[in-house]
Design a protein around this ligand. Structure first.
Ligand SMILES: [Zn+2]
Length: 521
């Protein structure tokens, strides 16, 4: 919706509560949204992203200040105001996995916030306003769960064509979720086509890079499978998934009557498709360009619906991302980074595990994920007569020799590093709690990425490419502002706490960005 229309309908909604507090706080996380996209495509951003850029408090130099720039650690940080070393969400895939919390009504991995430590923004809101409620929605379990910390609220994510939740939150799906699922919208996408939104001439990027999408079907138009079940699974790789997520979120806003009881309610939405498309086609592709334009249009529609409902003065919106993105190594090598490569230590770790099996019996003694080398059963290895320190030192020596690796450090070494002058050491220090079983942290050379087993683009490094994210506040209580000050994603929760006049119940790692807040805050 064009801004003029948005502005024309501002004020039609219910009167906002007194003070600076909105009826609804909306936190939008666009998974893997690099801030340079907003500059690159800015003349074409005519929807929700354009609105926030024109009218919001825009922080152009916002960074995650932790090392494993992945979805779960990022989402845990955004509304907790704390780094992974303090939230306990240090890994991505294992971040919310929980076999004791099965999904409702659909097969898929169980999930809960069991590993999340401490409180988050919604807990502080609920303590101050006991009637406050929250709805959190994403395509991904970790994107829906972690923004609310451990709060048992309305939390839904997408699995095999349906939105669901886990037993941690509920014993059955409410009627509005079942009614939404009963439309079977994802299955009706069988055979649907994704073409560019604008004319081909509006996209300067080449559309024929053969390294994209596994070397197959890497040009527009992209088609979903004709089989409806396969289409519902493949939907996660096309823009329509984000539009579906927002439609589901709006159905929840209406069914729950959010913002209608005098307290501030929280709506968190994490849109996952930018991440899927960035991995498959890369951050320099025509596909990512088109995806960002579509997110802009979808958000324009969504914000318009919220403004009709609450009035412009009834809503505060925050937009950010859980991490950035490193280019395809193939692209990087052609653009001034000849050493960019995919790096794997998987076979090395496998070999060491087999050597340890011979000395201590069978077990996954070493565990590796995104730069973290863990020894979860250190005591059992030691009891079997293995000198764990010297075994880890031997692994460190072998990993240092792997092409593409630039640093291998122990957690003790991080504690002695200059975490002020050395951002990589600081990001690792913020990543790893002392009791997490992490023995080594491994950093790659710039523009190199961890090998995911398939030839895709990746993020996850303690680099500015992967840590730099957009941060924009808009709406009630927010002043129009563009700031180039270096700020951090741990500042988001303290800023919102200040806006809503809340008292965080534990020490935070960030500070309130008072320059974003209007008079009276
Ligand atoms: Zn990703």
């Amino acid at each position: 919706m064009p801004t003029a229309v948005l502005l024309a309908i501002v004020g039609l909604g219910l009167a906002p509560p007194p003070g600076a507090r909105p009826r609804l706080l909306v936190v939008i996380t666009v998974d893997q949204l690099r801030p340079d996209y907003l500059e690159r495509y800015r003349p074409q951003l005519l929807g929700g992203l354009g609105l926030l850029l024109r009218e919001g408090a825009v922080f152009t130099q916002a960074f995650h200040d932790h090392a494993v720039t992945e979805t779960a650690p990022g989402h845990a940080t955004i509304l907790s105001g704390r780094v992974p070393a303090h939230t306990g969400i240090i890994r991505n895939l294992a971040g919310v996995q929980d076999s004791t919390a099965p999904l409702l009504g659909v097969a898929g991995p169980g999930a809960s916030p069991a590993r999340f430590h401490g409180s988050a923004l919604f807990d502080w809101l609920k303590a101050a306003q006991p009637g406050a409620r929250a709805l959190s929605v994403s395509r991904k379990d970790r994107g829906a769960i972690l923004p609310l910390g451990r709060a048992k609220q309305q939390v839904y994510w997408y699995q095999s064509g349906s939105f669901t939740t886990s037993r941690y939150y509920a014993d059955s799906l409410p009627g509005w979720v079942r009614a939404f699922n009963a439309q079977r919208l994802p299955f009706k996408q069988a055979g649907a086509t994704w073409s560019t939104l604008l004319r081909t001439a509006d996209y300067p990027e080449p559309d024929s890079e053969s390294y994209e999408h596994g070397g197959q079907a890497f040009t527009f138009p992209h088609r979903l499978p004709l089989d409806s079940t396969k289409a519902a699974d493949t939907l996660i790789n096309v823009p329509t998934m984000d539009s579906l997520t927002l439609a589901f979120a709006l159905a929840g806003v209406r069914a729950l009557g959010l913002g209608g009881r005098g307290s501030t309610d929280l709506l968190a939405v994490s849109l996952s498709t930018t991440d899927a498309i960035g991995h498959l086609y890369g951050p320099d592709s025509r596909e990512i360009h088109d995806q960002v334009l579509r997110v802009d249009r979808y958000l324009g529609w969504f914000f318009g619906q919220l403004i009709v409902r609450y009035g412009g003065a009834g809503v505060t919106i925050v937009l950010t991302s859980d991490h950035g993105m490193t280019p395809y190594p193939e692209w990087a090598r052609a653009h001034g980074h000849p050493d960019a490569r995919r790096v794997s230590v998987d076979s090395l770790v496998h070999d060491v595990n087999r050597e340890l099996d011979q000395r201590a019996g069978g077990g996954d003694w070493l565990l590796f994920e995104t730069g973290l080398l863990l020894v979860p059963a250190r005591d059992r290895l030691a009891a079997a007569g293995v000198n764990v320190d010297s075994a880890v030192a031997a692994v460190a020596t072998r990993v240092r020799a792997v092409a593409g690796v630039t640093r291998v450090q122990t957690v003790a070494e991080l504690g002695r590093a200059d975490t002020v002058a050395d951002p990589v050491a600081r990001r690792w220090w913020h990543q790893v709690p002392p009791d997490a079983g992490v023995e080594l942290v491994i950093t790659l050379k710039p523009y190199s990425i961890w090998d995911a087993g398939v030839a895709i683009a990746m993020h996850g490094q303690p680099s500015d490419l992967d840590a730099h994210v957009p941060l924009i506040f808009w709406g009630r209580g927010i002043r129009r502002e563009v700031s180039g000050a270096r700020v951090r994603t741990v500042d988001i929760a303290p800023t919102l706490a200040r806006l809503l006049d809340l008292t965080p119940t534990e020490p935070l790692d960030g500070r309130a960005l008072t320059e974003a807040l209007g008079p009276g805050n």
